[in-house]
Design a protein around this ligand. Structure first.
Ligand SMILES: [Zn+2]
Length: 510
């Protein structure tokens, strides 16, 4: 019998995907659980990933005219009540501050005291508090548009949590804009979705499908919710960013009025759009393998690690000297707007050293010992290839080619993910086949099955509900015209066989 290959992470993806995910986070030192249930400690390697995502996205926001600002963490309860659907959607997961002081109780312990006249909600999202500011900032059409983004944390009290994917507190950005016309607001909604799609595909190497949500999956209070959806390696969908056209719902709720050029007072049109640290969970699940995470070079906390090989004390100085000079030369290079980040790891811990970096997913590992130096060459391993697949390169060739190598890795990761998604996308018109597709062989064990199904939908919430109850399958999006899987052909709903205008993307989702 063939020996089971040794992997740096156990269990493997095939053995137990959810547990593999938790173990990758641990092995790659991205984050850990905190003493507060449902909250995470993001460690430097994980936070640096987030910083690079922030930087690249923030640049794109600003290129479209958006400016950053900051609004309060606390939202008066009465604000949240202003938009009926909105409060309904978030009520179940609100953390509420009711006191403002601690006092010594009868047994000496600290007890909350000083009841607040009006409870404050820890922001689950900021439409209402930002809307209050906007109502003061806007009076004439000349004040529009307002294009604001905030980088912040939010709290949504989750009962079942998973690091990065679903936590009670998470980091995100939320954009909020105000416009004079519906057309302009709708264009902005789409523009920001396109920014998310660019971030996903160009930086995270994550192929996404752009589309809009069905009414039941919309953001509470939105008229339209646009989204990007990606396939993870367990073939579930991950929503990687959403952009909402809010119509005049929130401007009515918050009183965002302006006088038009015709001197008639009217309500403004607003949008909001958000993406979060959940993207890191997506990067882990779309690219990771049984040896750990693989970070796309464009958001990598570090691009290259140099591993000096020193076997005798007298080798130390010449090898380290060579390595330091090589590091400096590499750091002078630029890769997609950033200086190349190079780590030198000269810990004396044997083979564990190389494995540490494999688990962390650094794009390029370079081993350098006296024999390599004598030949003026380096020994290079790429994280997108097997850990055994290491090659000798002439030093100058390596330095001259490093940017190209990183680009190759970035492209390879994207292509691999795209092929995987396409291989696990099917067109289904038969209800029995649809049910079989989304039913695992062994109901007792979590196993990887299914994928994306392009099937018809009549437009009714009942049919969506039925699939959710029976199979935990939802409509991830109605793809835009020309997008993945979009086809104008009419057909019959996969559930009820009523007429359907187009195929939609069905999947199990995070
Ligand atoms: Zn139907």
């Amino acid at each position: 019998m063939a020996k089971k290959p040794k992997t740096a992470v156990t269990p493997t993806r095939a053995e137990d995907y959810p547990e593999w995910y938790q173990q990758v986070i641990k092995a790659s030192d991205l984050a850990e659980r905190s003493p507060v249930r449902g909250c995470m400690v993001i460690k430097p390697w994980g936070y640096s990933l987030w910083e690079n995502i922030m930087r690249s996205m923030d640049d794109m926001f600003k290129q479209t005219g958006v400016k950053n600002a900051y609004f309060p963490l606390f939202i008066p309860l009465s604000f949240l009540e202003k938009e009926a659907e909105h409060v309904e959607g978030f009520a179940k997961e609100c953390a509420v501050v009711t006191h403002h002081r601690l006092e010594r109780g009868p047994d000496g312990g600290l007890v909350p005291a000083g009841v607040l006249a009006e409870p404050l909600v820890v922001r689950p999202t900021s439409e209402t508090i930002i809307g209050d500011s906007f109502s003061k900032w806007v009076s004439s059409y000349r004040d529009l548009p307002i294009l604001i983004n905030q980088w912040a944390n939010v709290v949504r009290w989750e009962m079942r949590t998973r690091i990065f994917l679903r936590t009670s507190e998470f980091l995100w950005q939320e954009g909020h804009t105000v416009h004079a016309t519906e057309k302009e607001a709708r264009e902005r909604t789409r523009l920001m979705l396109d920014v998310y799609a660019r971030e996903a595909s160009e930086y995270l190497a994550m192929p996404v499908i752009k589309g809009c949500k069905t009414p039941s999956e919309r953001f509470p209070g939105a008229v339209d919710t646009l989204c990007i959806e990606a396939m993870m390696q367990d073939r579930r969908a991950l929503q990687a960013g959403t952009s909402h056209f809010l119509g005049q719902n929130f401007s009515r709720a918050s009183g965002i009025r302006f006088q038009g050029a015709d001197e008639i007072e009217q309500f403004a049109w607003t949008t909001s759009w958000g993406s979060s640290t959940r993207l890191i969970g997506g990067v882990i699940m779309i690219h990771g393998d049984d040896d750990g995470i693989i970070v796309p070079p464009r958001i990598a906390p570090a691009h290259v690690v140099l591993l000096p090989i020193i076997r005798k004390p007298e080798e130390s100085e010449p090898v380290l000297d060579y390595v330091n000079r090589l590091a400096q030369e590499l750091r002078d290079k630029r890769y997609h707007g950033r200086g190349l980040v190079v780590e030198i790891d000269n810990r004396d811990i044997g083979g564990a050293r190389g494995w540490d970096w494999i688990k962390k997913g650094i794009p390029v590992r370079v081993e350098i010992g006296p024999r390599d130096i004598a030949k003026d060459s380096v020994f290079v391993g790429r994280r997108d290839r097997s850990h055994k697949d290491k090659r000798n390169m002439v030093r100058d060739q390596f330095v001259g080619g490093i940017v190209g190598i990183l680009d190759e890795i970035q492209t390879a990761l994207y292509e691999r993910a795209r092929i995987y998604r396409d291989e696990h996308t099917v067109t289904i018109d038969d209800k029995g086949a649809f049910y079989r597709y989304f039913t695992p062989d062994d109901l007792e064990k979590p196993e990887i099955h299914g994928g994306f199904a392009l099937s018809h939908w009549c437009g009714s919430a009942e049919c969506e509900e039925k699939l959710k109850d029976d199979l935990s399958v939802t409509i991830r999006c109605i793809p835009f015209e020309g997008e993945f899987g979009h086809s104008a052909e009419t057909g019959r709903c996969i559930v009820c066989e009523e007429k359907s205008a187009q195929r939609v993307v069905y999947a199990k989702a995070y």
